[in-house]
Every structure is written in structure tokens, then in C-alpha cells.
Design a protein around this ligand. Structure first.
Ligand code: T46
Length: 134
């Protein structure tokens, strides 16, 4: 079974002024961070994802609000609800992901191991399935 999809807990420094969380590439996440992107103004009935990656590894966070991520490694499926800004979901390469159930005002931040490259995407499920089982 490929994947090791898992939650990653980041440090939190709390004091009366509020909470501070930080992340260091190669330390708190298992890759050097080459890109950060975020999703916001997401309609609550929106469905995102629906693809896998050849090489890309990512850690996904709900910085505000919540959403669901459905994970499929080609053998088994699981799902996670993200709602804690210090708790991210690590997603390895060759994992199909779909996101939905966005709460009003949800903000999704993603740390990525590579810069954006459309050639890295499997957008066809059967193509992904064949690759994941190869
Ligand atoms: C993933 C989920 C969580 C860029 O130009 N640069 C970027 O870094 C990204 C991520 C996207 N784009 C362009 C490519 C498309 O024309 O933005 C458009 C929307 O991208 P996409 O349909 O892939 O967006 P999502 O939200 O379905 O998926 C994204 C990531 O692509 C994906 O790796 O895991 O967020």
C-alpha cells in the first residue's frame, strides 16, 4: 500500500496574545518547501482536487474553517476532515484526492515539494489507477 497519508502536528506557541504556529521545511514536513498556495473564497458546494501527482508531495492545512479530503491510493480509500490550523494532512505522490464540504470562509493552505507543473498531474482516474498499481 502506497502513501502513508498521515496527520502532521506543527508546534504551537500560545500566550495571552494568541497562538503562533510555525513550519520549517525538511524539519516539520518531510520535504523542502518549494511552493505555498492557498484556496479561499471557496463556495460551500465547491468540489476541488480530483487528480493525483507523479512526484509532488504536499501538506494541506485548514487555516480557517473546515473541509473534507477524500484520499485514494489506488488500493484503499479514506477521508479526513481538516479543521485545526496546526494539524496538516501529508499526502504523498500517487494519491488521488478530492476536496469538498468547505465551510463558509474556509481557507486551505498547501505546502508543496515542487513548483507548479501541469505535467506532474494525473487528471484521468484510470491513468492514475494504472500508475498506482504498476
Ligand atoms: C491539490 C489541491 C489541494 C497554478 O497556476 N499554480 C498552482 O500552484 C496551482 C496549485 C494551480 N495553478 C493553476 C492550475 C489551474 O489552472 O490554477 C488552476 C486551478 O488548479 P487546480 O484545478 O489544480 O486546483 P485544485 O484546488 O483542484 O487543486 C489544487 C492543487 O492543484 C492540487 O495539487 O492537491 O489543490
Amino acid at each position: 500500500q502506497r502513501g502513508h497519508t498521515r496527520m502532521i502536528d506543527l508546534p504551537v506557541v500560545s500566550d495571552p496574545r494568541g497562538d503562533l504556529t510555525f513550519v520549517e521545511g525538511g524539519n516539520h514536513v518531510p520535504f523542502d518547501i518549494r511552493r505555498v498556495y492557498y484556496l479561499y473564497n471557496v463556495p460551500v458546494d465547491s468540489e476541488r482536487g480530483g487528480h493525483a501527482h507523479r512526484e509532488l508531495e504536499q501538506v494541506v492545512f485548514a487555516l480557517s474553517g473546515s473541509f473534507r479530503i477524500k484520499i485514494d491510493d489506488g488500493f484503499s480509500k479514506s477521508e479526513f476532515v481538516l479543521r485545526n490550523p496546526k494539524r496538516g494532512l501529508y499526502i504523498n505522490r500517487l494519491i488521488w484526492r478530492e476536496m469538498d464540504n468547505f465551510s463558509q470562509g474556509a481557507v486551505c493552505m498547501v505546502l508543496a515539494s515542487h513548483r507548479y507543473d501541469e505535467a506532474d498531474y494525473y487528471r484521468d482516474y484510470d491513468e492514475f489507477l494504472a500508475a498506482s498499481r504498476a
